[in-house]
Design a binder for this molecule. Structure first.
Ligand code: SF4
Length: 375
């Protein structure tokens, strides 16, 4: 009799479907196993032989434990395998859930399977990894620990694009460092679907050629990072290349790390620079990789009050957590003598009768959906 496999996505917040489980679904279907995908704690239509539970960030561990306990109680004879990011980073803690097996790292046998997109018919985007790992070793990043050095895993994306999807979403950690990036970009041009390099692009690898090729794609935004001041020169150069290639600066979203090795003044200066360069700053609060509670870490150079000021400014002055380079905000940050002035909560004045330049950002629930490149 065919083996029965239950795939479980715990009930934590996520904007994306469980890619690993969708690949496992195909992997098991290829062996003629019966599979079912559930979210949270729900009784499936069969008694499974094996139950695969995935996990995400370490601070989202509680719903993972709840799911494992629920299915262990419901099916005491079934084997429960717990994998994913949390299980890989904190295996000992994950073992306390009661799972029979803690699976660390990537399940290589299934990694190149085409995800079973039919299981999430409401989702509209083919999520693809063309490579795993990264050439860099940023101390705040889980990628080098979980995935190791960069390696290409698929030569072509065409078999991985679900015909019904209008978007292609890359989860490569550093796609520009992969040898076959040109082939991938050429295929994207041919496919002519919306493209999102969701994990960001390495600004240090953006030259004129990369910028020109990016400008030919259907991108709504380009994501870069400004983790520390040492990246300043190369980041500015990348932004200039992108702008010269025709990519609208306001559509360049730059993740701006704080609460790491920086201090508030350093962070304020980086945000101010980005606004003056005409790009959008998206502050990213550093959280240790193994944190069990979100936003609980405070670095030595920050205080709780300063972190709270950033959080409030993002809510009040920014849009959906980002600081877009609209006139009032650029002036406010440029004039501010220090962090406290920049992040104080007086909203920038707007002239009567004139449309707020930020208004174009306000139409959508998610700024990621609102920003458009003019092409
Ligand atoms: S470049 Fe990006 S993916 Fe690579 S180690 Fe640094 S943060 Fe992680």
């Amino acid at each position: 009799m065919a083996k029965k496999i239950l795939l479980v996505e715990p009930d934590y917040y996520t904007r994306f479907p469980p890619l690993g489980l969708l690949k496992l679904a195909t992997y098991f279907r290829n062996q003629s196993f019966k599979i079912e995908l559930v979210r949270g704690c729900k009784k499936p239509s069969f008694i499974p032989d094996e139950i695969y539970v995935t996990s995400l960030f370490t601070y989202a561990w509680k719903p993972v434990h709840e799911a494992v306990k629920f299915y262990k109680r419901l099916f005491p004879k079934s084997k429960v395998i717990l994998g994913g990011i949390y299980a890989s980073l904190l295996p000992d803690h994950a073992a306390k859930s009661g799972a029979d097996v803690i699976y660390q790292g990537i399940f290589e046998e299934a990694d190149t399977c085409v995800p079973a997109w039919d299981l999430v018919p409401e989702w509209d985007g083919s999520i693809i990894f063309t490579s795993r790992g990264c050439i860099r070793n940023c101390p705040f990043c889980a990628v080098p620990k979980i995935e190791g050095k960069l390696r290409e895993i698929i030569p072509s994306i065409k078999p991985y694009v679900y015909p019904k999807h209008t978007k292609i979403i890359f989860w490569d950690n550093n796609i520009l460092a992969a040898k076959n990036w040109r082939n991938i970009f050429n295929e994207l041009e041919e496919l002519n679907k919306w493209v999102d390099f969701n994990q960001g692009l390495d600004a240090r690898l953006i030259n004129e050629e990369v910028a020109r090729k990016l400008a030919r794609l259907k991108l709504k935004y380009v994501r870069l990072a400004y983790d520390n001041k040492a990246q300043r020169k190369k980041l500015k150069k990348a932004i200039d290349h992108l702008a010269e290639a025709g990519i609208r600066k306001r559509s360049i979203i730059v993740y701006t790390l704080y609460n790491f090795h920086d201090d508030p003044e350093d962070f304020k200066e980086r945000v101010t620079e980005l606004l003056n360069w005409g790009v959008t700053s998206y502050p990213m609060r550093y959280e240790p990789l193994t944190s069990l509670k979100k936003n609980s870490y405070i670095s030595k150079k920050w205080t709780r009050e300063e972190l709270e000021m950033v959080a409030k400014a993002r809510r009040v002055l920014g849009y959906a957590g980002a600081f877009p380079p609209y006139e009032g905000l650029v002036k406010k940050f440029s004039k501010a003598k220090n962090f406290y002035e920049a992040f104080s909560l007086r909203e920038p004045k707007r002239k009567k009768g004139r449309s707020n330049k930020c208004a174009r950002w306000a139409g959508g629930l998610d700024w990621r959906e609102v920003v458009c490149l003019s092409k």
